[in-house]
Write a protein that binds this ligand. Structure first.
Ligand SMILES: NC(=O)c1ccc[n+]([C@@H]2O[C@H](COP(=O)([O-])OP(=O)(O)OC[C@H]3O[C@@H](n4cnc5c(N)ncnc54)[C@H](OP(=O)(O)O)[C@@H]3O)[C@@H](O)[C@H]2O)c1
Length: 296
């Protein structure tokens, strides 16, 4: 346990998009470290379910704010809420993120804006807005979610990889500025199996390769929290993913792009609007899916 302060003075971990997927696992991992939890996620029943889950998993308080992060004024609402609840934020995890594969022109402009807003504007402006809070509660931590795709330009994933490259670059630069006060880390996971149909479809497309580089949400969260608390700047889960990044960087840009296009052209007709969550009635479980595919 990192934090052993009495409960009323306990420091808090604020996680965006923390009600499901990787975000929920981050929240659980921070709760196990003794931090109170503050989740900001879409206002739907899943939020209340996750709050219960966290409070049952560890003796911490879990606060939740239902908010659509694509809407104007989201950052201000988060900062007001932190003030009203008197939350002592020591950990900020910018986890919420959106991304669609498919032809660039197939994505409606409103979705394009949502991806850019949530992935880039929100994470950077939230770091800025919570800076006084993070400095006051130092030593503090920021963990920003990029992706392996944020380290290379991927055709048919252009907007997502562009925004995740922003997160990667922004985080490593801010890390130097805030050194000694706030440990800023950026995490670049490969594919992660969540309950989202898009992630499951992609795993199907890439077959063997996907099996090689994919992790479950709980594995990614555990690696992320350990790396963040150990003040690692760049966290890339799984050795094979680190090799892929290194190998790609050694190749001339034109060759790299040709390889990536060849791999991702399969997903050129993939764009479709889907809700973030798969109805639980369909009983899909990411961990079970990994096991099933490993058995094949
Ligand atoms: N899954 C992967 O393969 C993978 C790989 C590399 C990096 N990542 C990154 O890891 C992070 C989490 O991904 P994930 O796969 O767990 O999530 P996801 O299922 O793709 O959903 C995205 C996350 O963002 C939140 N979110 C989406 N739209 C929102 C909105 N309008 N307002 C508030 N919250 C919103 C969701 O929160 P709710 O809980 O409210 O739905 C969810 O936690 C993202 O930044 C993603 O880019 C994922």
């Amino acid at each position: 346990m990192i934090n052993t302060l009495p409960s009323m003075n306990r420091y808090c971990a604020l996680i965006t998009g923390g009600s499901d997927g990787i975000g929920r696992e981050f929240a659980l991992a921070c709760a196990r470290e003794g931090y109170d939890i503050a989740i900001v996620a879409l206002p739907d029943p899943q939020l209340a379910t996750t709050v219960r889950l966290i409070e049952e998993a560890a003796p911490v308080r879990c606060f939740s704010l239902g908010l659509d992060l694509t809407k104007a004024g989201a950052v201000e609402k988060i900062v007001d809420w932190v003030g009203q609840k008197k939350l002592a934020v020591r950990i900020l995890i910018n986890n919420a993120g959106l991304g669609y594969t498919g032809r660039f022109e197939a994505m409606p402009p409103s979705q394009l804006q949502n991806v850019i807003t949530v992935n880039t504007m929100l994470s950077s402006v939230l770091c800025h807005a919570l800076q006084p809070e993070l400095f006051r509660n130092a030593p503090s931590y920021v963990l920003n979610l990029s992706s392996i795709a944020g380290t290379m330009p991927v055709p048919y994933y252009a907007v997502y990889t562009g925004t995740k490259h922003f997160v990667y670059s922004f985080s490593l630069a801010l890390r130097q500025e805030w050194k000694g006060r706030v440990a800023v880390s950026v995490m670049c996971p490969g594919p992660v199996l969540t309950n989202h149909p898009r992630h499951q479809r992609r795993a199907g497309h890439f077959g063997f390769w996907s099996r090689l580089i994919t992790l479950t949400a709980s594995e990614v969260a555990q690696i992320g929290i350990e790396g963040m608390l150990q003040n690692e700047g760049l966290i890339i889960p799984k050795r094979v993913n680190r090799w892929v990044i290194r190998l790609m960087r050694t190749l001339p840009v034109r060759l790299r792009l040709r390889i990536l296009k060849k791999l991702f052209i399969k997903l050129k007709d993939d764009y479709r609007y889907e809700p973030t969550r798969q109805p639980s009635s369909q009983g899909l479980n990411a961990e079970a899916l990994v096991m099933r595919r490993d058995e094949e």
